[in-house]
Structure formats: structure tokens, C-alpha cells
Design a protein around this ligand. Sequence first.
Ligand code: NAD
Length: 239
Amino acid sequence: MDAESMEKLRAIAERSRRMVFFGGAGVSTESGIPDFRSQDGLYKQKYKYPPEQILSHTFFVRHTDEFFEFYRDKMLYPEAKPNAAHRKLAEWENEGKLFAVVTQNIDGLHQKAGSKNVLELHGSVWRNHCTECGKFYGLEEILRGKGVPRCTCGGVVKPDVVLYEEPLDGGVLEASVNAIRRADTLIIGGTSLNVYPAAGLIDYFGGENIVVINKGAPMRGMDGVLFIDGKIGEVLGAL
Ligand code: NAD
């Protein structure tokens, strides 16, 4: 992160009144949660199946045991704490400068940092439901047991996480589009912009400034953006 870009970011944040943040797994790497596509991300680790396959609806239905083995081992970080990026976004919301965090993350760290209007495009590991009777379960029940988590009715308890092949929640999608449409500044961070339809949402932005804060350029090129190549916790924490 160079001083000139940081100054530009500071000025944008200062004059913005309706910021929206759109983020992904890179926002939580500084909290100790690996992303998917970095060098030490999940995709570079060796499994019997690629993570995309394990985290698919078909795999969940056909190999429920193996799904939960991977899920408990690699997707759950109940002790993780928000980092400076989560905290800055919560602070901006509190000051009335930012009105929504649209996230692809499922870790709940924005809420832990104090953000209120968090639109979780891919759900959350903190919510789980029985696939038979719909009974709600917290994360503790998933962590406590071994094997496939079962409801008192005998049904399989499934995390409220959007798996590959599953549709996004219509209400969350609509709220995210509306938030991005209304924003004067869109800050995009910690995302490869590789997962659709989530990554397509940024096209609804019609405001003044787009800022991208990412380690390395994301998959999609964008004209006229302020791109800051760096760790998002360090960048936002330095403001
Ligand atoms: P991704 O793994 O595809 O991309 C992460 C991006 O963030 C990469 O470009 C990487 O270079 C960048 N990055 C890593 N650390 C960074 C940092 N400290 N500061 C700035 N940039 C950083 O992640 P994605 O785009 O979110 O898409 C993958 C899917 O992974 C999402 O759908 C998400 O649901 C899921 N996921 C979520 C979590 C989580 O909840 N924390 C963790 C892993 C994967």
C-alpha cells in the first residue's frame, strides 16, 4: 500500500455518506481463517476430492459423513476474532457512513465486530436446521458431536451455508442489490471475484467511487477503480 493511494482512500472515506462493503474470504485470513484461492488456501491443500466437490449439494446428499468430516475440520473457526478490517467497517456503520456489509463469508466475524446490517450471501456456520422438521440448531451442536449431526426427530441437521449447486437466498440477494445500487462508494476487498452470482452484484453499483483492497488483483478487471494491493486489515486499520 503506497502513501498516495492511502491518502486517496482516506479522502474518499471522509466524503462518502453511503458506503457499502463487498467482501470475501480474504477479509478473514488475518483472523486465522484460510481462504480458498491463496497460496496457503484450501484449494492448494490435498484432499481425496477437490473442496468445490465436497462443498456441493450432491456431495452433501451422497457422502454426508465425509462432508461433515471436512466441514468440521476445515470450515469451522469458532474461536476466530475479528481483525482491524471487520472493526473499521463496524465503526463506519456506527458513525452512519456505511450502511451495509455484503459478504460471501460464512464465519460471522462482521457481526462479532459489531456490524448490524450484514448481508450474508452464502449463509452462516452459526445457523443450522434439521432437513426434516426445520428445527434450529446453533454451532455448538455441530461442534459437539461426531459423524452426521442428527435432530431429535432423526433428520440430518444441515448448516445454513449455501453449497455449490444451491441457489442464493432471494431476500438476501435483493437486499444486496438494493444496497449496492444506493451506495455512493463501494469498497470491494478480500475476494477473487470468482464465485458467481455473488461476484456479479458489483455491476449494480452506479455511484461515485469503487475501491478495491486485495492481495493481488481480483479475477475481474475494472476501469477507474482505486486499487490498493495489500492486506485489508492493515489497510483499513491504518485509516
Ligand atoms: P477466494 O479464496 O476465492 O479469494 C480470496 C481473495 O482474497 C484472493 O484474491 C486473495 O489474494 C485475497 N486475500 C487473502 N488474504 C487477504 C488479505 N488479508 N487482504 C486482502 N486480500 C486478501 O475467496 P472468495 O472470493 O470469498 O470466494 C470463495 C468462497 O469461499 C466464498 O464463496 C466464501 O463463501 C467461501 N469462504 C469463506 C470463508 C470464510 O467465511 N471466512 C473462508 C473460506 C472460503
